[in-house]
Design a protein around this ligand. Structure first.
Ligand SMILES: NC(=O)C1=CN([C@@H]2O[C@H](COP(=O)(O)OP(=O)(O)OC[C@H]3O[C@@H](n4cnc5c(N)ncnc54)[C@H](OP(=O)(O)O)[C@@H]3O)[C@@H](O)[C@H]2O)C=CC1
Ligand SMILES: CC(=O)N[C@@H](CCC(=O)OP(=O)(O)O)C(=O)O
Length: 335
């Protein structure tokens, strides 16, 4: 049995991770942390009553090392790397939900996150936990950078076409919509009900930190230098992301051909479904699937994808990575 600790257990991604791990035959949750809350977990997450009888604790690195083989760090960026680097050094394996280890180098991290990286030497050397593209690197990893939610939705459809040289890397637009849980449970003005209900808004236009993540990861898989214009939107729903990318084909291409290339690329993937149908966020809610379709319109390639931001965009991806790290069937607890 692999003993798993959950850092930041009061948050949304942590709740989803715990619900998934409770269904996992090879995992036991042995620690749940909060900086200040000492309540029984069920007092914070009533869904876990009678399912996980643990109380929240503020644990030291030594205590986590004693109780856990692996830790899911569901902490915000910067706070996560501070702890992850110490855990990895004492032999605890970490799946990091934050963005701390996703980018290629400390210079771009500082530019987009506006602070120094707490563990710069590991940037660029850490495995990016998107199994569909980096599966072979995950089993041996002590630290896995779980992907961002928007990047997962954009990278999965674009990667096969960039790898095949079928779209121009220098001219790609990604337009994404997210449910409000994407912003986490920590209160913020913009996620108060009267601010975001019955309203859709674009935000972080031209400066969202997922733009370099999408560019850098697509660069790693395709040997091109993709340039992305990424615009996220907050939409009045609890969960789900829908992304549409617009790119220029390098040659004449049909919708049928695009679907065939995508289907072939993902034919052995348990969690990517390619079809002709226009996908909706409801189709993948509470699941680890990414549904993808393609269209050709106005001389552009349109790729449309949906995920659940809390599952394939965070906790489901983490469990998928955990399964690979510990040699379980990749779909365990996820289907
Ligand atoms: N929500 C989503 O859809 C996605 C989130 N992510 C990433 O996953 C991580 C967790 O996100 P999410 O669960 O949504 O966030 P939440 O805000 O719901 O939870 C984060 C938890 O971290 C703890 N925390 C907050 N600030 C600090 C700090 N400075 N130091 C230590 N602990 C802190 C809090 O617990 P307490 O106050 O009890 O200590 C809080 O409950 C983040 O890095 C996020 O960017 C990634 C993909 C998708
Ligand atoms: C709706 C919403 O606010 N979404 C979050 C993305 C969540 C995520 O994946 O963020 P990390 O890269 O920090 O892990 C945002 O735009 O900041």
């Amino acid at each position: 049995m692999v003993r798993v600790g959950i850092l930041g257990a009061t948050g949304y991604t942590a709740l989803e991770a715990m619900k998934l791990l409770l269904r996992h035959p090879g995992a036991q949750i042995t620690a749940v942390t909060s900086r200040t809350d000492k309540s029984p977990l069920a007092a914070v997450h009533p869904q876990l009553a009678r399912r996980l009888e643990l109380s929240l604790e503020d644990l030291s690195i030594a205590q986590l090392q004693e109780r856990c083989d692996c830790v899911f760090s569901c902490l915000p960026h910067a706070a996560s790397a501070e702890i992850a680097k110490q855990l990895v050094e004492v032999g605890v394996r970490v799946v990091d939900f934050s963005a701390d280890y996703r980018l290629n180098d400390p210079v771009s991290y500082k530019k987009w996150y506006e602070h120094e990286h707490p563990d710069p030497a590991r940037l660029g050397n850490t495995v990016y936990g998107l199994p569909e593209l980096f599966r072979e690197q995950i089993p041996a990893a002590n630290l896995v950078a779980n992907p961002g939610c928007y990047p997962t939705s954009a990278i999965l459809p674009l990667a096969p076409l960039l790898k095949a040289g079928l779209v121009e890397p220098g001219d790609i637009i990604v337009d994404s919509k997210s449910g409000v849980s994407g912003a986490g449970r920590t209160p913020k003005l913009g996620t108060l009900y009267p601010e975001c209900n019955e309203s859709i808004s674009a935000y972080s236009v031209g400066k969202h930190r997922h733009q370099p993540e999408i560019e850098q990861i697509l660069g790693r898989v395709s040997s091109a230098t993709p340039q992305i214009i990424f615009t996220p939107h907050l939409t009045p729903m609890d969960r789900g992301i829908l992304s549409v990318s617009y790119s220029k084909p390098t040659r004449s291409v049909t919708e049928a051909e695009l679907l065939e290339i995508l289907s072939d690329f993902y034919k052995n993937e348990p969690f990517v479904r390619v079809s002709k149908t226009l996908p909706t966020t409801k189709d993948v809610a509470h699941t680890n699937f990414c549904d993808i379709t393609a269209r050709v319109n106005g001389g552009r390639v349109l790729l449309i994808s949906v995920i659940d931001n809390l599952i394939k965009g965070a906790s489901g991806a983490a469990v998928q990575n955990f399964n690979l790290m510990y040699g379980f069937d990749e779909t365990t607890a996820l289907l």
